[in-house]
Design a protein around this ligand. Structure first.
Ligand SMILES: [Zn+2]
Length: 391
């Protein structure tokens, strides 16, 4: 069907010489792509719409014939259950005359009375279709209007059952404004987490939430008031309530500060991807700093830091990692594999971590993929507490 439509469009284009070349190119491409590859990624803003128009957007790449945007609305009940009151329907279709390598489709949804109805969950689905009828789909849910459960994390990009996902809650520290924070939630996800393939290409593993309640953070590592090594800052009642649903809580602050991971909580500048992703590497995946510090108890699963060169080499061989990279980590008491420098591991010190090309190195990725496998089995944070609780 899609091909017939394309050919009808092709006939229209024969009226010019340029059109003939377009048709030849199009037919050659259609002939050469027996299995079309097509990818789609969707987003929306503001991530928790209250009074502003809601913009939903999807970008497809590959051989793209069209994109359809769908929405379904549910009402959130007192105990969190959802009842659909507006079934899944198409809200926009973007169907250009010719297929494209990249196509973006969006729709703006303004509520008639200037305010999104309270207590609603929106399921947003975007489907891209190739000229040969192959499809790629992305679906997630988010809250719209005032959220009815004050002590619960507010869903802003939820891909599925929390048991099989890493559940990340973004909260702001006391010094900055709620509205400012709410309007930057999409940047924090798109421009920090999703700049890294661990999050972007594996985004089916992550549920994102936020809280509209702020919390204190003082450097270094004081999440609920002044830090004392002898008196750990245990989560207060509100944070404990968030942690019944969250795997990790990101304390995001505006000023530059020394950041830290402490059990399920980590801090970072809301505008700095390197800080967010490094600390998330500790909190979500139990990755060790690759630059200094004691080794602590040994972790279950693949490691990114080893007690000895022999252990590092053994794991390197077992995991088909390239030989020759095992080297002392800060001191000769421990060893690491991942590289330093421009394309080095983001779990390294600042001279590597802050470089634009830094990312999770091969040893870190081995541990991350091991965690993802556990997550699929419903144990997303297995063994993550084995690491030194303060990093
Ligand atoms: Zn660290």
């Amino acid at each position: 069907m899609a091909i017939l439509i394309r050919l009808t469009e092709a006939r229209r284009a024969v009226s010019s010489i340029a059109g003939i070349f377009t048709i030849l190119g199009m037919l050659a491409t259609l002939a050469s792509i027996s299995g079309c590859s097509i990818h789609i990624r969707s987003s929306h803003e503001p991530m928790h719409p209250l009074t502003e128009p809601l913009v939903i957007k999807a970008t497809a790449k590959g051989y793209v014939h069209k994109i359809d945007l769908y929405m379904e609305k549910s009402r959130i009940g007192a105990s969190g259950e959802q009842v659909v009151f507006s079934p899944m329907r198409i809200v926009n279709t973007c169907d250009p005359l010719f297929w494209k390598r990249s196509l973006t489709c969006f729709d703006v949804i303004a509520e008639p009375n200037g305010r999104h109805e309270d207590g609603v969950m929106i399921k947003f689905m975007a489907i891209a279709t190739s000229p040969l009828g192959d499809t790629a789909t992305e679906t997630y849910e988010f809250a719209s209007g005032a959220y009815p459960n004050a002590n619960k994390p507010i869903p802003i990009r939820v891909k599925g059952d929390p048991v099989e996902k890493f559940d990340i809650v973004l909260i702001r520290t006391n010094e900055f404004d709620l509205e400012f924070f709410r309007h930057h939630l999409d940047d924090i996800i798109e421009e920090s987490f999703f700049q890294y393939s661990t999050f972007r290409d594996w985004r089916m593993f992550y549920n994102f939430y936020y809280s509209d309640v702020s919390q204190p953070y003082e450097e270094p590592c004081a999440f609920n008031g002044p830090f004392s090594p002898k008196v750990p800052t245990f989560p207060n009642a509100f944070v404990r309530s968030l942690l019944t649903d969250a795997d990790v809580i990101a304390y995001l602050h505006e000023d530059e500060m020394e950041d830290c991971r402490k059990e399920e909580r980590f801090s970072a500048e809301f505008w700095f991807d390197k800080s967010i992703v490094h600390e998330a590497g500790h909190a979500l995946f139990g990755l060790r700093d690759e630059y200094y510090g004691g080794l602590g108890p040994q972790c279950v699963g693949p490691r990114n830091v080893w007690h000895s060169e022999a252990e590092c080499l053994e794991d390197a061989h077992a995991n088909q990692l390239e030989e020759g990279y095992c080297k002392p980590r800060g001191s000769t008491l421990s060893w690491k594999f991942d590289q330093e420098g421009p394309d080095g591991c983001i779990m390294n010190g600042r001279s590597t971590q802050w470089r634009s090309g830094s990312d999770f190195g091969p040893a870190c990725r081995h541990r991350i993929y091991w965690h993802m496998g556990n997550c699929l089995a419903g144990e997303c944070l297995q063994d993550v507490m084995c690491v030194n609780p303060r990093q």
